[in-house]
Design a protein around this ligand. Structure first.
Ligand code: SF4
Ligand code: SF4
Length: 409
C-alpha cells in the first residue's frame, strides 16, 4: 500500500484525558450558549406582550430555508454580500471540518478502534485540508473587508454599532492563529501512514494539502525543538481564543446569526408590512403603544436583533429626502429603553412606570414622516418589522390622544 498523507490529531499537545477535557469544554460551551440565548428570550418575554408567532411552523421553516439559501437580500448589496458570504461560508466549512475531526478521533479511533486513522488520510485528508485552508482564507478576507468598511471607508449609515470591530478582530486573530498552528506543525514535519504506522515525512508533502500552512511554515524557525514549544503555545492560544469566541455566541453581537434565523421564522406571514388588526376594537380601552411594555415581544426582539447595518435607512425615502426619520434609529431608540428595564425586571426590581416613548426617545415628526412604503422591511437582511412598530406608536397618538400630522389638521 502506498504511503498516505495524514496528521495525528492533538499532535504535540496530547496527554491522557485530552479527549475528555475538550469534550467537557465543548459541552460547557454549548450549555453557555443555550443559557445566553434563553436569558435573552426571558428579556424579550418579561417586558413584551404575548404574540403568537409559531403558527404554521412548516411555512415558517420553508421561509427560513429560502432566506438562508437564497441570501437574496444580502447578495443585492455586493460588497456587504460578499463580505458576509465569505465569513458565513468560511465558518460553516470550519465547523464541518472540526466536527469531522471529532468524529474521526472520538468515534473512528476511540470507539471503533480504527488505527492509526479511520478516514483521516490519503485523498480525503488532502481535500479536507485544502478546503479548510480555503475556508480560513475566506474568513480572513471577509473580516478584513468588514474592518476596511468600518474603519477606513466609514460610510455614514454605519453608526450605532457597538462591539462589531472588537469581535471582527478576534475572528481574524483566531483564523490567523489557526494558520500559525498549522505552519508550526508543518515546520516540524509532515506525517504519513507507512506500513500501518504514522511516521514523520518531508514537510513539502503538505504543500498542496495545506498551502497556507505550508507557506507559513517557511517563515517559522526550524531550530530543532523550538518549533515544538512554539506549536504547543500557539495551539493552546488558538484553542483558548476559539473557546472564548464560541462561548460569546450566546452573549454578544455574535448571536445575530441565531437571532437572525429566529427573526425570519417569527416574522408575520403575508406581504411586507402586513399589520396586526386591532384586537377587540369595539370594547378596547386603549389602542397602540405609548411605552415599551405595550409592544409585542417580537418588536423588542427585532430591536435587539438589529445589527445597525443601516440598509433600511439608505433605502428609506423619508431618510433620503431629509425627513426626520430613520427606521434604524427607531429600532435603536426602542432597544435603549427596554433593555435596561428588562435587566432590572429579571433582577427582581419593580418598574413603577415606563417612560413615554414619543416625546422622549422618538419624536412625533419621525412617526408622521413614514409613508409605510415598506422599503425598510424589504431591504433589512434580518427581516425586521419596522412598520408594525411605527404604526403601533401612531395608533396611540391618533386613537388615544387625537394627535395628527399637521398636514391632516
Ligand atoms: S433594522 Fe435591519 S436594515 Fe435596519 S439597521 Fe437594523 S439590521 Fe440593518
Ligand atoms: S416604511 Fe416608513 S420607515 Fe420604512 S422605508 Fe418606508 S418611509 Fe421609511
Amino acid at each position: 500500500m502506498p504511503i498516505q498523507l495524514t496528521r495525528p490529531i492533538y499532535w504535540n499537545v496530547e496527554f491522557s484525558g485530552i479527549d475528555f477535557l475538550i469534550m467537557g469544554i465543548g459541552l460547557l460551551l454549548l450549555a453557555a450558549i443555550v443559557y445566553g440565548l434563553y436569558h435573552r428570550f426571558q428579556m424579550w418575554r418579561v417586558i413584551g406582550q404575548a404574540d403568537i408567532r409559531w403558527d404554521h411552523p412548516w411555512e415558517r421553516i420553508k421561509g427560513v430555508v429560502r432566506s438562508v439559501f437564497g441570501q437574496r437580500r444580502m447578495i443585492e448589496h455586493i460588497y456587504a454580500g460578499q463580505m458576509h458570504t465569505l465569513i458565513l461560508v468560511g465558518f460553516i466549512l470550519l465547523f464541518i471540518g472540526t466536527t469531522l475531526v471529532a468524529i474521526e478521533r472520538d468515534i473512528g479511533q476511540g470507539v471503533l478502534g480504527h488505527q492509526p486513522t479511520w478516514f483521516f488520510h490519503g485523498t480525503f485528508y488532502i481535500v479536507f485540508s485544502f478546503i479548510l485552508d480555503a475556508a480560513g482564507v475566506m474568513v480572513i478576507v471577509g473580516c478584513l473587508m468588514a474592518l476596511y468598511r468600518r474603519f477606513v471607508e466609514k460610510p455614514g449609515y454605519l453608526y450605532g454599532i457597538t462591539g462589531f470591530g472588537k469581535w471582527t478582530v478576534l475572528l481574524l486573530v483566531v483564523c490567523l492563529s489557526g494558520f500559525v498552528v498549522e505552519g508550526a506543525r508543518i515546520s516540524h514535519s509532515a506525517f504519513v501512514i507507512d506500513s500501518g504506522t504514522v511516521r514523520e515525512a518531508d514537510p513539502v508533502l503538505e504543500k498542496w494539502a495545506s498551502p497556507v500552512g505550508y507557506t507559513i511554515s517557511k517563515m517559522i524557525s526550524s531550530a530543532p525543538g523550538r518549533e515544538l514549544s512554539f506549536h504547543w503555545m500557539a495551539w493552546w492560544g488558538h484553542a483558548l481564543l476559539s473557546f472564548f469566541i464560541i462561548g460569546a455566541f450566546g452573549y454578544s453581537i455574535l448571536r445575530h446569526p441565531f437571532t437572525g434565523l429566529m427573526g425570519i421564522f417569527f416574522k408575520r406571514p403575508g406581504s411586507t408590512g402586513t399589520l396586526a388588526p386591532i384586537p377587540n376594537l369595539e370594547e378596547a380601552e386603549s389602542f397602540g403603544v405609548t411605552t415599551v411594555d405595550q409592544f409585542s415581544w417580537k418588536t423588542l426582539f427585532d430591536s435587539d436583533t438589529c445589527v445597525s447595518c443601516g440598509r433600511c435607512e439608505i433605502h428609506c425615502p423619508a431618510s433620503q429626502t431629509g425627513k426626520p426619520l430613520s427606521p434604524k434609529r427607531i429600532m435603536q431608540s426602542i432597544r435603549k429603553v427596554w433593555q435596561p428595564a428588562a435587566e432590572q425586571t429579571l433582577q427582581g426590581q419593580q418598574i413603577s412606570e415606563y417612560p413615554m416613548l414619543v416625546g422622549n426617545s422618538i419624536t412625533e415628526d419621525e412617526l408622521w414622516s413614514c409613508t409605510t412604503c415598506g422599503a425598510c422591511m424589504r431591504q433589512c437582511p434580518l427581516q425586521i418589522e419596522h412598520i408594525p412598530a411605527i404604526v403601533d406608536l401612531r395608533r396611540a397618538l391618533v386613537m388615544m390622544e387625537s394627535r395628527f400630522p399637521s398636514e391632516a389638521r
